[in-house]
Each structure stands twice: as C-alpha cells, then as structure tokens.
Design a protein around this ligand. Structure first.
Ligand code: WQD
Length: 370
C-alpha cells in the first residue's frame, strides 16, 4: 500500500520523538498531523518542521483527554492511523505524582481510542517503553521476557498495553502496534530539532550535552561499582531517527497486513555511561568533566534489547552508531544552547513561519505567535 499522502495523526507530535517521527513520516510520503497541548513541548518546533519539510505543518492544539476534540481532528484530516506519543515520562515524577500519570497516560489513551472508534479509525501505534520489563534476569531482553514494572510511569505503559490487547480481543478489526523503546538519544542531522527537556535533565545524553555547552559544570556518573566491564551502567541507546523510522515501518505494517505486534526498538548493543561520555568527547572535541556519585535508586546494571523480532516483523533495524548519536546530539545542542527557548526573532523570520496552529475553537494562527 503506497503511503502517498495518507494522513497519520501524531498525538504529542510536537515532542522530541514525535517531531522526529513527523520528519520520518513526511520523508516516507505520509501526511503527518500533530495534536499537542504543548504542556511538555514548544510551538517553535513547528516552524523548524515547516522549514525542514518546506511545507505547511498541520497542528491541532488541544488535549488528548478531550475525546470529542480528538474525534473531530481525526475526521477533519481523515486519518488512516494514529501514533500515540502523548504522555508524561519522568520516572521520578511518577513516583511523587502517580495520579497525574495514571490520569494523563492511561486516561489519555482510553480517550484517544474512544475518539478513534467514533471517527472510524482503528489502526494505532503505541509508544511504550522497555521499562515495562523492570529489572530483567537476563540480557538481551526479548519481547517474551516477563514484565515487572517498578514505577508508576512503567505501570501506566503496561496498563496501556493491556488495554490495547483487550480492545483487539474484543474486536479484531483493531490493528495495534506496540513499540517498546529502549534509550532514545540524538537529533535530526540538521541540528534544527532535538531533545529539549525542562529543568535539570534526568537522562544521560541531554545532561552530557548541557555540560558540553557550558550550562552544567560536570556530569555525575551514578555508580561505578556495577558488575559491568567499567563498573558503570549499560544501556541500549537508539538514535531518535532510527526510532522514528521504526514508527514508519510499524504504520506500514498495520496498514498493509492488518496484523498486530509488540516489538522492542533498540540497537541490540549495550554502551556504558563512560562509553557514552568518551564517544561524546570524540564527537564534540570537548572534555566532559565528571565525578563518580552513588548509584541512582531504581537503576539496573545492564539493559539492552534483542531486536530480532522488529527485523522479522517490520523489516526494521537500527542503522546509526553511538558516534552518530553523539555527533547529532552535539550539533543540536551547539546550534541551540537554550533549546527552543529564547529563539531569537530572526530565527523565525529565517525559518519562514509556514506552520499553522488550529486552536480548539477552530480559530487558526501562525505558530510563531503562539
Ligand atoms: C542512563 C544511564 C544512569 C544521568 C530512562 C527512563 C526510561 C526511558 C529511558 C522513557 C544509567 C546514568 C544518567 C546522569 C548518569 N524513558 N546516568 N548520570 O534510566 O536507562 O531510562 O530513560 O520511556 O523510562 O527510566 O536512562 O538516561 O536516565 O540513564 O550516570 O546524570 O546513565 O545511571 O546508567 P534510563 P537515563
């Protein structure tokens, strides 16, 4: 089935992974439409996407909790599939505020599914996470590994997977693609879109890039006494563009074969914290000061994927290396020291404000004025 101009809705599409998936879908000939409330993203990304694609970016501002609004958007754009990114993802915050996570992450998915049913769209790709596995007994981790979530955030992801499984069991017309991400890092090679966390980054790569650009003094390496070759934690880092292309492969599989699947998206290789740090120093040409600190609660020693099922079912595998990830992360951060904040006005003029923001009440405005 050709992608030509088929419309795909991206809930949370203005975020880090959503914006990169927007680019991958556009490159593949689909028409992506963003639905975002900008509670955890910035409208400035819309102008960057317009610049990169050379086309008007379709974006509907509103909440996934508003079922009627979501159904209206699906109908308006005649979406053939939905990729559901919208959700909170800070593990630590989920421990402090579990209800916020259950309401937004689980309630949000239920609302989107109800809206899809109303609007007659029954193909969904769901952004899940490898954290559903908890602390695995063995690595590499396959999709058959037992799930043992250890945070409210991880529980919301597994509950969403269970909801999708029940829905499909009730009505086989539903086509469901569940993608369990390992550790997404990196940025679009243009340096125009990338990861832009609020406040102090929880995750390794954005913290390293902020040290390199001078926003942070040094990296705290959480633990150097793990049972790993250099004593630091090992993870499966995946270039965000590889991850985005995995979503395109998942949409194609749902539309072409009407089947459903749950697959890991990773490289199948592990890299230690010090391994990332040294790769980043090579990519940036800058030393990254660090100190060893106590282990972080909830961290595990080693975590990487068995990715054979994604290759078999989606004909997808990661193509980019840890050096590519560091190079692109550095290009983004060096080009945008403050991320999307404080974008100088001339940036918007240069980037041709072609994006159009539809507000909930149907009014429209250029994204730059948002
Ligand atoms: C990676 C490694 C840390 C920061 C998290 C979420 C998970 C998923 C991916 C959403 C670990 C070490 C980190 C720092 C450090 N997100 N580290 N100093 O914990 O594997 O997974 O992001 O789905 O839900 O839990 O990623 O980047 O936080 O940590 O030493 O300042 O870097 O100990 O070994 P993690 P991370």
């Amino acid at each position: 089935m050709t992608a030509f101009n088929q419309t795909v809705l991206l809930t949370g599409g203005a975020g880090y992974i959503g914006s990169h998936t927007f680019m991958a879908l556009s490159d593949a000939g689909f028409t992506p439409v963003i639905l975002d409330d900008f509670s955890n993203s910035h409208p400035a990304v819309l102008d960057r996407l317009a610049h990169l694609t050379g086309q008007r970016v379709l974006c509907e501002r509103g909440s996934v909790i508003d079922t009627g609004f979501v159904a209206q958007v699906i109908r308006r754009h005649q979406c053939v599939a939905v990729i559901h990114f919208a959700g909170f993802k800070a593990v630590g915050e989920s421990v402090q505020q579990p209800l916020k996570y259950y309401h937004n992450n689980v309630g949000g998915l239920v609302s989107v599914l109800q809206a899809m049913q109303t609007a007659g769209c029954q193909s969904i790709v769901f952004s899940s996470s490898a954290t559903v596995y908890g602390d695995p007994d063995n690595v590499p981790i396959t999709e058959q590994c037992p799930c043992a979530p250890e945070s409210p955030y991880a529980h919301t992801k597994l509950m969403c997977e269970d909801i999708l499984t029940s829905l499909r069991a009730s009505d086989p017309a539903w086509r469901v693609g569940i993608l369990r991400y390992f550790n997404p890092v990196g940025a679009h090679p243009s340096g125009l879109i990338g990861e832009d966390p609020d406040g102090i980054p929880n995750n390794l790569m954005p913290y390293v890039t902020q040290v390199a650009v001078g926003r942070r003094d040094k990296l705290n390496v959480f633990g150097n006494d793990y049972p790993t070759p250099d004593g630091t934690g090992i993870r499966d880092y995946l270039h965000v563009t590889d991850l985005a292309e995995g979503h395109v492969a998942a949409v194609r599989a749902l539309l072409a074969r009407h089947d459903s699947f749950t697959v890991n998206l990773g490289t199948g290789e592990g890299t230690s914290v010090l391994g990332v740090l040294h790769a980043f120093e090579r990519a940036s040409g800058r030393p990254i000061p660090f100190e060893f600190a106590p282990r972080r609660a909830g961290d595990v020693a080693e975590y990487f994927a068995d990715v054979s099922l994604a290759k078999t079912l989606l004909n997808w595998r990661a193509l980019r290396t840890i050096d590519d990830m560091c190079r692109d992360s550095w290009h983004w951060q060096q080009s945008n020291p403050d991320g999307y904040r404080n974008m100088a006005p001339h940036d918007l003029n240069v980037l041709q404000t072609n994006s159009l923001l539809s507000n909930h009440d149907g009014s429209r405005q250029p994204a730059a004025s948002a």
